[in-house]
Design a protein around this ligand. Structure first.
Ligand SMILES: Cc1ncc(COP(=O)(O)O)c(C=O)c1O
Length: 372
């Protein structure tokens, strides 16, 4: 159904395919696992996943078992890596949906092995190792015990070894090289234990465009697919196009006299004869309240500022400087309009966040409309 409220997210699948082709350009022989957790970083798996399959993606990565099941229910046949692991109780659905969890300790490996044996099935997994992120993963010193124990679990097959980088988005820092060295050491421990998994992978988006990938047989891009990899270094290294365009339309226009105020808290006072536009989007849609009196948007291709406090369902814009403006005009809150663009990076800087959170924060009540 066409949305009744004129506020939606246009998801530009051409831009997504372009960003994917940039990853392919540098990935060489490495397979690409597209990270589509959190509903494809807020862009919607429903449109993003089929477009990536058409573009030739080899695998998908999700955080939750539930997200993996949702992909299977969409008909996805590619391997699906569950990067949050296998919580107790998830064994049967992991097997039934042919999901590939990460594992880094024995108790969940044993639970999965028992479930697989009982079902007469085999299950692939990737070993997650911690080279310095300090989050999930086994450390090198645990591997002498862990690797033989994993090898002896008959229904499980280790098909990959992975780690996650903590500062790849700051390529000037030396710590990524430390993590790479630790990963190389772990690779020899794994091989010495008689295991030879096919997939070796470290690189997230930033790693893909800043590291030597010759030792990697898989890469795990997320944010770059959505056009949100930020920083001067990456502006040079990769050409990205914004995928998400958050769009609304002017619902009402009014004239303010000098001294009139708008919105909660009277935080905007007209200092000249002013025109304000009411736009049906607010913090319940993910339009961050910190953008009160700070955010900007594009109307008729021109930037105009948010006037006053962002409400739950509405914002106001000061449109005094527009030569022409009318009820029904298109408003771009994120993304591009002609040559102008409100980037996720600009928005993120204003609210003290990162592009990831801007995308993921656009709430479910904003319909996603896919454009080919
Ligand atoms: C384990 C893992 N790999 C890859 C990614 C993709 O990272 P990015 O979106 O920075 O490319 C993530 C995302 O957080 C992750 O958790």
């Amino acid at each position: 159904m066409k949305p009744l409220r004129p506020t939606w997210c246009e998801i530009d699948l051409n831009a997504l395919r372009h960003n994917f082709s940039e990853v392919r350009r540098v990935a060489g022989e490495a397979a690409i696992l597209a990270v589509v957790k959190a509903d494809a970083y807020g862009h919607g798996v429903e449109g993003v996943v089929p477009a990536l399959i058409d573009a030739g993606v080899e695998q998908f990565g999700v955080a939750l078992v539930e997200e993996g099941i949702a992909l299977r229910q969409m008909g996805v046949r590619q391997p699906i890596l569950v990067m949050g692991g296998a919580p107790p109780g998830s064994e049967a659905v992991i097997l039934a949906n042919d999901l590939c969890p990460i594992l880094s300790e024995l108790s969940s490996a044993r639970r999965l092995n028992d479930a697989a044996l009982a079902a007469g099935a085999r299950l692939s997994f990737h070993l997650k190792v911690d080279t310095g992120m300090g989050r999930l993963g086994a450390r090198s010193e645990q591997l002498d015990e862990l690797l033989p124990a994993l090898r002896d679990l008959q229904a499980l097959e280790m098909v990959g070894v992975m780690s996650h980088l903590a500062v790849a988005d700051e390529p000037e820092l030396p710590f990524t090289a430390v993590q790479q060295q630790r990963f190389t050491k772990i690779e020899s421990q794994v091989r010495q234990a008689g295991l030879s998994p096919r997939f070796w992978h470290l690189a997230n988006s930033a790693g893909i465009f800043s590291l030597d990938l010759s030792a990697q047989t898989l890469v795990r891009p997320g944010i770059v697919l959505y056009g949100g990899l930020t920083g001067g270094f990456f502006d040079q290294a990769v050409s990205q196009k914004p995928v998400m365009h958050l769009v609304s339309h002017i619902a009402q226009l009014k004239k303010l006299a000098v001294g009139d105020t708008v919105s909660y808290g009277q935080r905007f006072t007209a200092e000249r004869p002013t025109r304000v536009a009411a736009i049906p989007i607010g913090y319940a849609d993910g339009y961050n309240r910190l953008l009160s009196n700070r955010g900007e948007m594009l109307i008729r291709g021109q930037r105009v500022p948010v006037a006053g406090t962002v409400c739950m369902d509405w914002i106001l814009a000061d449109v005094t400087d527009l030569e022409q403006v009318a009820v029904g005009d298109r408003v771009v809150l994120l993304g591009s309009d002609g040559d102008n663009c409100i980037s996720a990076e600009e928005w993120a800087e204003k609210v003290g966040s990162i592009t990831y959170e801007v995308f993921c924060g656009i709430s479910k009540r904003v319909p996603r409309i896919y454009k080919n």
